[in-house]
Design a protein around this ligand. Sequence first.
Ligand SMILES: Cc1ncc(COP(=O)(O)O)c(C=O)c1O
Length: 406
Amino acid sequence: MTLNKKRNNSKLVYLDNAASTPIHKEVVDEMLPFIHDDYGNPSSLHKLGRKSRQGILNSRFRIAKSIKANINEIYFTSGGTESNNLALVGSAKLINKINPSCNQIIVSEIEHDSVLETVKSIEKEMKFKVDLSPVNSDGIINEEKFNELVSPQTAIISIMLVNNEIGTIQPIKKLVELAKNKNKNIVFHTDAIQAIGKISVNVKDLDIDLLSISSHKINGPKGAGALYIKQGINLEPVLFGGGQERKLRSGTENVHSIVGFGKACDLLNEKLDGNQSKIKEIQSYTINKIIKEIPFCKLNGSKNERIPNNINISFLGVNGEDLLIKLDENEIASSTGSACSSNKKQKASHVLKALGLSSAEITGSIRFSMGYQNTKEEMKTTVLKLKEIITELRKIGEFDPNIKKK
Ligand SMILES: Cc1ncc(COP(=O)(O)O)c(C=O)c1O
């Protein structure tokens, strides 16, 4: 896989791949004909329309293959946020109509805002009751408490496969089994947006009903995502109009982005294992080097149940945002909290709070998220700069490790 050679930020060490990723050159190459020449509306009956339709069909096939789904179980959306909204609102609307006594929704307390805000709105507008399933200090769902929450009234469960801030992997297969053993009618959704391309995702093995994915997290273009809907699971539409995507998601399809998304999935199918073992190596190298060279730091989230691409670490006596700005001045792109939530001033991370971190640990946290393009040399530079900046910031803030900040 090659990056687009024209990039003018070649000096940049990009460690914010959980927020968005560089597009593969091969992906751009496949998209271009659908921008320049094959611009027909996929609903049109003429030749150009048929070409666009074929592009979407190929992409549906590639995406289905990458998560071991059937081709007719993939529904295109504009991205991860829309997939999560469609999964949750679409299920809630239908359940409200056919079985209103089932009115409980369970989500983990560390979900992305596109799940948390959606269920809040469902609770308000459709009289559902939302329960938060807690995680342990490693960021993994507490199975006992989860099991206690599941009841005959449970309508929908949504637990993410991989967390965007700390990279922890949830035991979704086990949770589906626990929930369905208690109540087989539950609709179980998982946000797999940070999982695809990082671990192998097999919808049949997980036995999941609904699963969200997004293109721009896997070196594809922005503006495309998909919702896997298991055969036999029904949803109400959220968007109305021309009845595209088998009447579930009206609106002219974003053909070139969908085509790019399909190509990005295809490349993943080929390269997942090789890429991930390389990233795992640089993850271990970086974590060990940081812990060895920079005192008063702590890795956040499980050490083992974690994707290779994520390092979330707290440095006492510094402010993560100051650290991010200084790193940025040194051509290193990182993130604090959930970078893709908005560009407003960041609120304290609900994920790190759920892990029980102190406010000093939350304030001093930073996330490095690696992609296939990162090298050990880049990580070496990053740790070197990190050490310099932290020493400087601690000096300015008169950090005294003997005074435990609350
Ligand atoms: C776990 C998770 N869910 C949902 C989203 C939203 O996806 P999108 O940016 O495609 O709307 C993100 C984005 O970072 C995410 O990390």
